[in-house]
Design a protein. Sequence first.
Length: 68
Amino acid sequence: MEIPYQQLSADALCALIEEFVSRDGTDYGEQELSLEQKVVQVEDLLRKGLAVIVFDSDTESCDIVVRN
């Protein structure tokens, strides 16, 4: 189920994005970015509709999925 990012509190959204960008295997190309820069990039993707937050009721967890 997709969850509009606007429905999350600012703290919950920030925590979800920080967890997403700090995962092993998250690739941002050749350029090394700070955590803050990565968070801004993901926030921008969410605002533009290029990424969505999904909730899995079986595992009761949220994730961010980048659309192709």
